[in-house]
Design a binder for this molecule. Structure first.
Ligand code: PGA
Length: 257
């Protein structure tokens, strides 16, 4: 189904890629596209590049964020980074609950819930990632899994804080595999996520929460997702590493949405 609303969110997740120099060059390359863009462009970058990138993009429309954080305020957590430190470095948002964090670093919904709370309290916009494993998809348990993730990751969070939240739906089996869900199927899941959010927070609050799609999004399929009702934007991993590709997807965001 065609949709009428813009702007959309185009979010890049660089994962563990790019030195500071590479990151700065990337932003130089996409700068002309950004100037014209009416979409919201966000980059989740490695901790080490946050300060340089946020300084560089201050006068532009690019929003810089992190890919993770610790839920504690400060303390003896060797190797961890707190919300306040991310803010201090210039981050404006943080990805939370990405499936790689869940799988490789054993993050549970309970841990993610603490992080979401801390991010909101610290004025960092959380992008909460949810998604089902392949077996759940096959067994048609997607809705059940997403419901549990939303309920547990967003437990005890004040309704009023919801307006700064973004939900990223990423089928785990579609991340980095090239096996993307088709746009129509994604649209159905997004509609169901919206209903789950309405159950949790009421219709009005739920409408204010963007729900974006991720998982093997590339230049060939981005347009179909962006044209799908209920898909408010894209979370892009590997295709966000190439500035030319990312810039073209940003252009699709403004033309196709
Ligand atoms: P991908 O990653 O686009 O490379 O599948 C998406 C993500 O991990 O957010």
């Amino acid at each position: 189904m065609a949709k009428a609303t813009a702007p959309v969110y185009i979010v890049g997740n660089w994962k563990m890629n790019k030195t500071i120099e590479e990151a700065l060059n990337f932003v130089d390359t996409i700068a002309p596209t950004i100037t014209k863009a009416n979409s919201t462009v966000m980059l989740a970058v490695p901790y080490t590049a946050i300060k340089s990138l946020s300084d560089k993009t201050k006068e532009t429309k690019v929003i810089i964020g992190a890919q993770n954080m610790n839920a504690a305020t400060t303390g003896a957590f060797t190797g961890e980074v707190a919300a306040l430190m991310l803010k201090d470095a210039g981050a404006q948002f943080v990805l939370l609950g990405h499936s790689e964090r869940r799988k490789l670093f054993a993050e549970t919904n309970e841990v993610i819930n603490k992080k979401v709370k801390k991010a909101l309290e610290s004025n960092l916009q959380p992008i909460l990632c949810i998604g089902e494993e392949y077996e759940d998809h096959q067994a048609e348990k997607t809705q059940e899994v997403l419901k549990k993730q939303l309920e547990e990751c967003l437990a005890d969070i004040d309704k009023s804080a919801m307006s700064s939240l973004i939900i990223a739906y990423e089928p785990v089996w579609a991340i980095g595999t090239g096996m993307s869900l088709d746009a129509e199927a994604a649209g159905i899941v997004h509609k169901n996520i919206r209903l789950l959010l309405e159950d949790l927070y009421g219709k009005k609050q739920a409408q204010a929460i963007p729900v974006i799609y991720g998982g093997s999004v590339n230049l060939s399929n981005a347009k179909s997702f962006l044209a799908t009702e209920g898909v408010d934007g894209l979370l892009i991993g590997s295709a966000s590493l190439h500035p030319e590709t990312f810039a073209k997807i940003i252009e699709l965001g403004q033309n196709g949405a």
